[in-house]
Design a binder for this molecule. Structure first.
Ligand code: ARG
Length: 282
């Protein structure tokens, strides 16, 4: 299935173009490795001390608050635990807010609404395991990357689908408006793709046999597979991606302050600590 290969090649080229911290991979050990590299990089540039003073130039959607849009159905980045939104993004955002001297407010919305909310200034930032893509860069800015990810394929344990190529002619479930949706639609055709509001709904459709596979980010994939009997993740992975915080093109002061905060969190090991708490080494 040459079409698929072409798109993968194009995506990889795109990923390289963007090359923030390089070497994105599905496995936790190398994720930590690449994270450490960026720690070393930013250690040189990060300054000591609080950055609360920077907050002076920033326009906030609501004064005194850092308002973040997310879609809290994406473990381990954002999900509900006892009616509270927790996860890597929630914790990192909390620390960014602290460094800016404001309070964090999280607004849970559909994934497809986040970019618009950022663009119109209804919220200050979008943080949702969101992949930097050239298309999204046309409407919003992105901070430095804080994580790498990869799109993977989930199938039933006894599935005849063994590689990405075997997806041809199959029904594939995705979360609407995610990169999984974009790649699958482009490559397999609109008719092959069934879009769900949440990744977990796509996985439920796989369990009940409505779709043959789900294309989604690797870490949520691991959570969903762990929570459901009889599923597995294919070894063949798909496209490497970078997660970053989406901000308005009109709020450069905020983007810079977020980059400074992220640089500090990388340099002092806090980011690694948060990641390791949610993604224990295998
Ligand atoms: N990384 C993918 C994207 O940016 C999926 C993100 C979905 N995030 C979520 N919180 N539901 O399109």
């Amino acid at each position: 299935m040459k079409n698929f290969k072409k798109i993968i090649a194009a995506l990889l080229a795109g990923a390289m173009l963007m090359a923030f911290t390089a070497c994105g991979t599905a496995n936790t050990a190398s994720e930590t490795e690449s994270m450490n590299e960026s720690v070393a990089e930013s250690a040189a540039s990060a300054e000591d001390g609080a950055s609360a003073a920077d907050a002076a130039d920033i326009k906030f959607a609501t004064a005194g608050k850092l308002t973040m849009a997310t879609n809290a159905s994406f473990p381990p980045y954002e999900y509900y635990e006892n009616e509270k939104i927790v996860g890597i993004d929630a914790e990192v955002a909390e620390l960014i807010a602290q460094k800016l001297g404001v309070e964090l407010e999280i607004k849970d919305m559909e994934f497809g609404s986040i970019i618009g909310a950022v663009q119109t200034g209804a919220v200050d930032m979008g943080m949702a395991g969101m992949t930097v893509t050239e298309d999204r860069l046309k409407t919003v800015d992105f901070s430095d990357s804080y994580a790498t990810a990869v799109q993977v394929v989930i199938v039933k344990e006894d599935s005849e689908i063994a590689t990405v190529e075997d997806l041809e002619g199959k029904k594939v479930g995705v979360q609407e408006n995610t990169t999984g949706d974009i790649y699958a639609s482009k490559d397999l055709g609109e008719d092959a793709v069934k879009r769900y509001n949440k990744g977990n709904d796509a996985v439920a459709a796989l369990v009940s046999g409505v779709v043959d596979a789900v294309i989604i980010d690797n870490e949520p994939a691991k959570s969903f597979v762990a929570a459901n009997e009889g599923l597995k993740i294919l070894d063949t992975s798909y496209a490497d991606e970078q997660y970053a915080v989406a901000t308005s093109k009109d709020n450069t002061a905020l983007t810079e302050a977020i980059n400074k905060a992220l640089g500090e969190l990388k340099a002092d090991g806090t980011l690694d600590e948060i990641v390791n708490k949610y993604i224990p080494a295998e």
